[in-house]
Ligand binder design. Structure first.
Ligand SMILES: O=P(O)(O)OC[C@H]1O[C@H](O[C@H]2O[C@H](CO)[C@@H](O)[C@H](O)[C@H]2O)[C@H](O)[C@@H](O)[C@@H]1O
Length: 376
C-alpha cells in the first residue's frame, strides 16, 4: 500500500475550536499546533496494514458471540444485576463506579488540566432502537452537548459514516470522527490562534484507498443478505455494518455464514462485532483509540500532562479508546452499560439519560468554577 490517507483542508467554518473562557484551565495551551507533521505521522501509522485493534470473530463462536449482544442476554444480565448475582454486580460497580456518584473525583482529576470531551453516538447520546436510521438524539441531549462544547473541545467518535452522524447531531461546533475514526474532520493547524484558521477544518482519512473495495463489499452484502428477513446492511463509507437486531435468532448462523463467505474474497477486510451488528472494516491499524490520539495531538496535547480526555462510549469499539487512556495513564474512560461487562473504562453510566446528566453537571461545575476564586 503506497497511499493510505487523504488530508484535505476544508474551507468552510464547519470545524471550529469552541471558545473556552474557563479561568482555571489554560486553553489554548502555550504550544504550537502540530498540523502537517502530526498528520504525516498518523498517515504512516495508518499505512501499517495488519490485524487491527478490533477483535476478529472467528472459529465456532459466531452465534455465541451474536447471542452475547442480544436483548435476551441483556435480560439475563439484568436478572443478574437485579439479584441473582448481586455480589458480582456490586464487585463490578466497585471497579467501575458511577461517574455521577464519583463526579467530584472525576473533576478533581482535571486540576490544572484542559478537559477534552469525546462522545460515542449510538447507545451513548441516543438510545438503541431497532431501526438504525431512526436513532435520533433528543433536543435536550443536543442542548447538553452544545453546552459542553461551549466550555471544552468536544468530538463525536462513531462507527457511523461522518455525514450520517452529523445529520443526527447537527452541531457544527464539534469535531467528528466517523467510520470508527477512519474519517476525521478535526482541528486545522493553528485553529486556536487565528480567526482565519478557525474557519477551516482538516479531513483525515487513513483508509481512503479502501473506498472502492468497501463499495463493492457493501453491494455484495446487500445482495447476499436479501434472503434473510430483517437483515440490514448499512454503508458507513470506510466500513459496512450488517445488522441482525431484527433477524430471527434461527437465521443468525446462516447470516454469519453469508457474511463470512463474502469476506473470503476480501482478505484486506476484517470482521468485528458490535451491539447486534457485524462490522466490516479495513485491516489497517486504526480505530477509535487512534482517532482519540490523533485529535488530542491535533489540538496540541500530544505527550503532555495538562490535558484530561474524557471519553464516554457503550460499544466494544470504544474499548480501543479506553485502552489508550489507560496506556497514557491519563484521562477518564466511562462505559455506558447497565450490566457488568469486561471493560478498560474506569467509570460507568447506565444509559444515555445518565450521560446527559453527567454532561450537564460538567457544564455546571465549569460555570461555577469560573465564579469561585481559583484554588489551584
Ligand atoms: O460507534 P457508534 O456511534 O456507537 O456506532 C456503532 C454502530 O451504531 C449503530 O448501530 C447500533 O445502533 C442502532 C440504532 O440504535 C441499533 O439498531 C444497532 O443494533 C446498534 O448496533 C449504527 O447503525 C452502526 O452503523 C454503527 O456501526
Amino acid at each position: 500500500m503506497t497511499k493510505q490517507g487523504v488530508v484535505v483542508p476544508v474551507p468552510e467554518a464547519a470545524v471550529a475550536v469552541p471558545p473556552n473562557t474557563a479561568p482555571l484551565f489554560q486553553y489554548p495551551p502555550p504550544r504550537a499546533a502540530p498540523g502537517i507533521a502530526v498528520r504525516k505521522k498518523y498517515l504512516q501509522m495508518g499505512a501499517a496494514a495488519g490485524a487491527g485493534a478490533g477483535a476478529r470473530i472467528g472459529g465456532g463462536g459466531w452465534v455465541e458471540s451474536m447471542r452475547a449482544s442480544s436483548p435476551t442476554h441483556a435480560r439475563a444480565a439484568a436478572a443478574l444485576a437485579a439479584g441473582v448475582d448481586e455480589e458480582r454486580y456490586a464487585e463490578w460497580m466497585v471497579k467501575h463506579p458511577s461517574a455521577l456518584g464519583m463526579f467530584d473525583q472525576v473533576v478533581a482529576a482535571s486540576k490544572g488540566k484542559q478537559i477534552v470531551v469525546f462522545l460515542d453516538y449510538d447507545g451513548t447520546l441516543s438510545p438503541i432502537v431497532d431501526d438504525p436510521d431512526a436513532a435520533y438524539m433528543s433536543d435536550t441531549m443536543r442542548r447538553a452537548v452544545r453546552s459542553v462544547a461551549k466550555h471544552f473541545p468536544t468530538a463525536i467518535v462513531s462507527g457511523r459514516c461522518r455525514d450520517k452522524v452529523f445529520e443526527f447531531v447537527k452541531l457544527a461546533e464539534l469535531y467528528y470522527a466517523g467510520s470508527h475514526g477512519m474519517d476525521i474532520k478535526g482541528p486545522a493547524k493553528g485553529s486556536r490562534h487565528t480567526k482565519a484558521a478557525k474557519a477551516k477544518g482538516v479531513l483525515f482519512q487513513p483508509a481512503s484507498q479502501f473506498l472502492p473495495m468497501i463499495e463493492q463489499v457493501h453491494d455484495s452484502l446487500v445482495e447476499k443478505t436479501k434472503c434473510i428477513p430483517g437483515a440490514k446492511v448499512e454503508n458507513n463509507k470506510f466500513c459496512v455494518s450488517v445488522h441482525f437486531r431484527c433477524v430471527d435468532e434461527k437465521s443468525w448462523s446462516t447470516l454469519a455464514d453469508l457474511v463470512k463467505s463474502v469476506l473470503t474474497d476480501y482478505p484486506k477486510l476484517k470482521l468485528t462485532q458490535g451491539r447486534m451488528v457485524f462490522e466490516v472494516r479495513p485491516t489497517i491499524k486504526w480505530d477509535k483509540g487512534k482517532a482519540l490520539e490523533f485529535l488530542l495531538e491535533s489540538l496540541g496535547f500530544a505527550d503532555c500532562t495538562d490535558v484530561l480526555p474524557v471519553y464516554i462510549g457503550d460499544d466494544r469499539t470504544d474499548e480501543d479508546a479506553f485502552k489508550v487512556l489507560r496506556k497514557r495513564g491519563q484521562g477518564v474512560g466511562i462505559l455506558v452499560s447497565k450490566h457488568p461487562k469486561d471493560t478498560s473504562a474506569s467509570y460507568s453510566l447506565q444509559e444515555p439519560a445518565e450521560v446527559m446528566e453527567f454532561l450537564l453537571r460538567l457544564v455546571e461545575w465549569e460555570r461555577l468554577s469560573k465564579a469561585r476564586p481559583a484554588k489551584w
